[in-house]
Design a binder for this molecule. Sequence first.
Ligand code: NAP
Length: 459
Amino acid sequence: MSEEIIVLNPATGQEIDRVKKESKADIDKKIEKAHETFKKFKKKNPHDRSALLTEWSKLIGEHKEEIAELITKENGKPLQESRGEVDYARSYVDYYAEEAKRVYGRTIPPHEDDVRMVVTKQPIGVVAAITPWNFPIAMMARKAAPAVAAGCTFLVKPASATPLSAMKFLDLALEAGFDEGVVQYVTASGKDAGEAFTESDKVMKITFTGSTAVGKSLMEGAASTVKNITMELGGHAPLVVHKDADIDMAVEQAIASKFRNSGQTCVCANRFYVHEDIADAFSKKFADASKKLKMGNGLDEDVAIGPMINEDGYDKVMRHINDAEEKGGKILTGGKGSKDEGYFIEPTVITGATDEMVIMNEETFGPVAPIQTFSTLDEAIEKANDTEYGLAAYFFTESYRDGIKLQEGLDFGVLGWNNGKPSAAQIPFGGLKESGMGREGGPEGIEPYLETKITSMRV
Ligand code: NAP
């Protein structure tokens, strides 16, 4: 009997469905199919690829509610957020439907009279993706859409916690008219998929979104065949509130950044640095707003905070809260968790955070906001940068000069200035340092799926 992946609802602990756990041999067959299909698909006219993406987008819109419900059931996030994720994922399909038609080469003035030089772009080949559970369709869409727009064939291994919404999302691509070998999913363990993808000489590119530890192991594996890689890895985002910030705006945007998906996003603010002059006012307003967020099963329309994805996630967040409390942090609101039914942790705000606390040094992936004060902007920038991560950072100031100082001084790939939700399909997204390499989104987001050729012609 073949093995199965059991998909659970993290809000109830109940089983939702089971999917076949594919073996490495199954994955190899799919890679072979992608490889064969690529020979034909790479020749498909870009306008036709664009039309297929447009049709896919239309179907995503028609099935929005169904996909959103699946996301909420398997991931736990509130239904409003799941609907937002469907729109967000769809925006990548729309964007790359356009970009498919704009893969330009160039001609270069030669240094010899009878020579002509041209640069052309072509699809890289079979692309293998591995994606996380926190945005089960959006993290996949921003890989799948540019890959097929470029003319590549695409395989994805969704996270085992959340395969159902990803499978539905890709089934719609087939319904839109893409050939079966153009987009495929594999439902397997991360280890098996990682090995099959990295060992295959038919896979030309690995694109991964997930933890830095797994990213590093995939980079090692990809080295054996010198594969092209894109890595979207972990984060530990600082959020700086300067003394002249609009406090109400900072609170509203900090809530959006911190508590989306119950704090289980790679870009969510993980540590707060607030100027000492306004720290009490900000902390109180932020704690009051956090307290109002209703926790529960994401299928209830008024719920704003869903569960942690699983027991490991829950235990890690509670460890961070307990450590902060033991080291002198004061809990202004929240602090409690329950795993009797599902894995719930209250939105938590902690003041008096210090550099020694684990939460100020590790990615938490939960609804906890530790607040530390600062007196000078230089001190805030130095502390914000004191991490191996470099994905997202947020800052709040009404001063143009201080804003530019923060914008230039912070070593992060995604910056939100007075903005807690900075990402969009039309702009590049990605991290510095151990948060990854390569960019997704914007015109940069299709480049990783293209090879550059030069032809020097004597005429
Ligand atoms: P994860 O444990 O790294 O898992 C991500 C994916 O990798 C899953 O599909 C998982 O499969 C697979 N995987 C696990 N072990 C593997 C291995 N040895 N080889 C190959 N693949 C393997 O991360 P996660 O807990 O799902 O996601 C949270 C992390 O992702 C956080 O660190 C977060 O910051 C990061 N993230 C980054 C971005 C970004 O854009 N930079 C966006 C979202 C999330 P299984 O599920 O089957 O184990």
